[in-house]
Design a protein around this ligand. Sequence first.
Ligand SMILES: Nc1ncnc2c1ncn2[C@@H]1O[C@H](COP(=O)(O)OP(=O)(O)OP(=O)(O)O)[C@@H](O)[C@H]1O
Length: 512
Amino acid sequence: MASGSGITVVVRVRPLNEMENSRGDSADGVRCMGDRVVLAGQRQLTFDAAFGGPDQAQVFERTEMRALLDASLQGFAATVFAYGQTGSGKTYTMSGPEYGTELDASGAITSASEGIIPRAVRHLFAMLDSYTASRSGVSYAISASYLEIYNEQINDLLNTSSTGLPMRWHAAQGFFVEGLVVVDCETVDELMLVFQEGTKNRKVGSHLLNKDSSRSHSIMQVQVTSRELVALDDPAAGLAGAPGNDHTVETHGRLSFVDLAGSERLDQSGSIGRGARETAHINSSLLVLGKVISALSAAGESGRVGHVPYRDSKLTKLLADSLGGSSLAMMIGCVSPSSAALDESHNTLQYLSAAKRIQNRPVVQMSQASSMAASLKSLRDEVQGLRMQNMALHQQLSSISASGLLQGHGAMSGRSTPQQPFGAGSAQAGMQRTQSVPEHRYEEARQQREQVAAEHVAAELAHLRRQNAHMQMANNLLQRSYNEVKRENDALHDKLERLERVFVDKDHDDVL
Ligand SMILES: Nc1ncnc2c1ncn2[C@@H]1O[C@H](COP(=O)(O)OP(=O)(O)OP(=O)(O)O)[C@@H](O)[C@H]1O
């Protein structure tokens, strides 16, 4: 996926909560109408989807969640964010109801009330099992980490004693957190445990707007490594049976689930002391996030991006790839329906409208060796396509030449002589060059062989492209000549008919 891909933006309007009900708030501050969100005063905004009410399943089923999971299995990075004011339903949407409120007999959250993350965990393993069953030579490895950014400090939610972790920059990976626990998960239950453990350890506090308010931004990251054995043997290119021509292509997909802390107004939340300090950190990092979104959305499809202040907060550093980077992304904006929260809901929806204009450039993440193998394979596929085109062009040329109409148009006949496709001989020559490489330098020899094969394929590609372009031109010229001759023939035919009519008329006059 080389071209730009917009961020998918959906909105969720929760039901009125207890406090709003007890105050007698009206629920017509924000309403959903299809994929539109209608604000009191009849202002309407359209998003990729809009949901009202408590139904958790529809948020998973009617958004692009399955496509994002699938993309991670193909080697793409995908991020799902929940954004909105405090108490608007972000944690409910991402995880489910507050931990422990809706438990079944075994102590697990009831499946109907599960949020996006546990649903994604189950679906990911179901998809992965069905892919492994239907495609031989493919295998997957899953691992996961879970962190929170609390007061601008990174804490490991899978190891509560690991706090204040450093963030580093890597040219290929971008920003990453050093020293995070990464858990290998072979089963759905193991990944579910990671989710439950991390969610339980997240900082939660109470204030007037939400008794279980998340005081940190949390990011659960699932790494999806796929390995596929790709046969690079190409009998037509004379490489069949060459040792080391099978390659394991390794892709590194990633799913990031981001539950942002909610913006809050201190006069409404009543947070004081530690709570007020948390609020200040939350609001300032959300402010930077807002600046990043507006800088990127200003660029829109033109792709001309000015300065984006990613480095101004830890949150935006970690989300750099998901906003304007190489990741696929879906943002879920959560809002209250209450007319009393209209200003905050309006702000959230404006944020979301700006996010809709951001263009990401999703790319598959592969290991270097895999990407060389994959590009070699795709070059060979292209050669194969060109060979078929080559044959079709030869046939076309012969049939036009054989039509007989073009005899005398000899300028074309030389060009239409089929040429031998470029190929096997030089490939063999390329292979022979590697035979003298000593055994202990096998890896080096393999790389050289791949290099030679790549050069050979590239040369053949260039040759076929030239030859096909040449034949295409010859075909066009022949077609033009054919049309001219046909036009001349038709004209002669008309003339003949006219003459015949004259003779018939003359005979007729003579008889009379
Ligand atoms: N769609 C919904 N249906 C039913 N109840 C909901 C819904 N969304 C949220 N709630 C309830 O509203 C309350 C606040 O939700 P939640 O904690 O998810 O908000 P939040 O946006 O994560 O808040 P904060 O930013 O303060 O952490 C919770 O009691 C939750 O169960």
